[in-house]
Design a protein around this ligand. Structure first.
Ligand code: SAH
Ligand code: SF4
Length: 427
């Protein structure tokens, strides 16, 4: 979601005549689009602002937006003179005006309602054929560790008509893949009457002429209905990849987190997905070192990781977030050293699994959607339906092509392949 917000920021700035700069030193405006999910993300922003303070040039405007702007507000001003404007993400269309004014008095605008949307603002994407499309904003779950509902507000579904109009317009501008975004896409539509739900939305988006691939994230295990699993299995355009955050493999920790499912329930859903969607890629998020997590709880997480056999996983150390239920109710009692240790163990286990999953694809032929040139230019970088990154020799290819690729090699995080033919059909 944060990446998508940045696309809007770039769109707004370019429309006003600003260009993306090479380095902060030469920039007229420096914009921090911040994330508050973990302390490590915040530390980077504080550190960067600190080192900018002595290098900031006359006439440069420094703007902070995103979730930290909402969380800290004018605290950014108390920490020195580096920051000129603090804007809620809904106010990013003010940036060009503020930059042109060369404001001398710090400016702060944090809209207090969750009604405003930035979806009508211009967008500038880095991959021309793939677009991120929010289907809902905010989140109404109450995971104890999570700051998202506090900084992004309760879940609001976007109207299906608005989403479809956007996808239609994207398709007519050459977009062939859309990624439907929401903190919990599975509960899409729960705030509307009229019977629209995520399964129906998937079908409608896949039916838009020109759209060859539909991806979506994130799924919440409690709301992933059989209907949705069936839709993923049945609709050709929907990529066979489900990102299903587990967070922990211990029932005690899941309950303290308030996730609303047990490890047995999670494993049942994962099994159902694998049964109904052959060849599906299952990925997950896991937090280690949540308050009260013992060696035994952690070993249960390793067990579930192995049993489900995730193709990939994003692993995080628990980071207490002020204002969340966990930070009010629990002591952060797993030491930093122990969190790091658990993270490393889990990393080793998952890396092996990821490698095995990638190696199992060597010799197969996958449909790869070409996204952009890889750094040295000899290769194009594309994605297989399961979201694996595939490097393909560049001859005769271009962005947006759907190519049948024979996989010849597996690396730690990506595949290498040879293009066999350009195909006109969906994944
Ligand atoms: N809506 C999604 C993702 C939200 S944030 C979901 O429900 O899964 C992305 C991931 O960051 C989460 O899945 C979680 O694993 C991690 N995360 C969120 N808050 C965290 C915290 N306080 N400490 C460590 N990791 C956290
Ligand atoms: Fe945070 Fe839970 Fe909502 Fe995901 S579902 S954004 S982890 S509160």
């Amino acid at each position: 979601m944060n990446v998508h917000d940045s696309e809007h920021i770039r769109g707004v700035m370019e429309e006003a005549g600003f260009l993306l700069g090479g380095s902060p030193a030469d920039a007229q405006v420096i914009i921090y689009n911040t994330c508050a999910v973990r302390k490590s993300a915040e530390d980077k922003v504080w550190g960067s602002l600190g080192s900018l303070s002595s290098r900031k040039k006359d006439g440069q405007t420094v703007v902070v937006t995103g979730c930290m702007a909402r969380k800290y507000g004018i605290e950014f001003l108390r920490k020195g003179k580096t920051v000129d404007a603090i804007l809620g993400i809904e106010s990013i269309s003010r940036i060009p005006e503020l930059a042109s004014m060369r404001i001398s008095t710090p400016f702060c605008e944090l809209v207090s309602t969750w009604d405003s949307s930035i979806e009508s603002l211009p967008t500038k994407r880095t991959i021309s054929t793939k677009a991120l499309v929010p289907v809902s904003l905010g989140c109404s779950k109450e995971c104890a560790y999570c700051i998202v509902p506090i900084v992004r507000g309760p879940e609001r579904s976007r109207k299906p008509g608005d989403i479809l109009r956007e996808v239609l317009s994207l398709a007519s501008s050459g977009v062939v893949e859309v990624v439907l975004l929401g903190q919990n896409v599975n509960s899409y539509g729960h705030d509307f009457s009229g019977g629209i739900n995520f399964a129906k939305l998937l079908r409608k988006v896949a039916d838009v002429p020109g759209i060859k691939r539909v991806r979506f994230e994130t799924s919440h295990p409690s709301d992933l209905s059989i209907d949705i699993v069936d839709s993923i299995a049945e609709i050709d355009e929907v990529c066979k990849h489900v990102h299903l955050p587990l967070q922990s493999g211990s029932n005690k920790i899941l309950s303290l987190m308030g996730r609303g499912y047990s490890k047995e329930e999670y494993e049942d859903i994962a099994q159902e997905i694998r049964k109904k969607i052959p060849g599906v890629t299952l990925t997950t998020d896991i937090i280690v070192g949540f308050p009260g997590e013992t060696e035994k709880d952690f070993s249960e997480t390793i067990d579930v990781l192995g049993r489900v056999g995730f193709e990939n996983a994003y692993l995080f150390k628990y980071s207490p977030r002020e204002g969340t239920r966990a930070s009010r109710m629990f002591v952060d009692d797993v030491s930093e050293q122990e969190k790091q240790h658990r993270l490393e163990i889990l990393n080793i286990v998952q890396e092996r699994q990821t490698m095995r999953a990638l190696e199992s694809l060597v010799g197969s032929t996958l449909e790869v959607l070409i996204e952009n040139r890889a750094r040295k230019g000899e290769y194009f970088l594309g994605r297989a339906p399961g979201n694996q990154v595939v490097l393909v020799g560049a001859d005769g290819l271009r962005e947006g092509m759907l190519v049948s690729v024979r996989i010849v090699k597996a690396g730690k995080h990506s595949l290498r392949g040879v293009a066999e033919k350009v195909v006109g059909r969906s994944c």
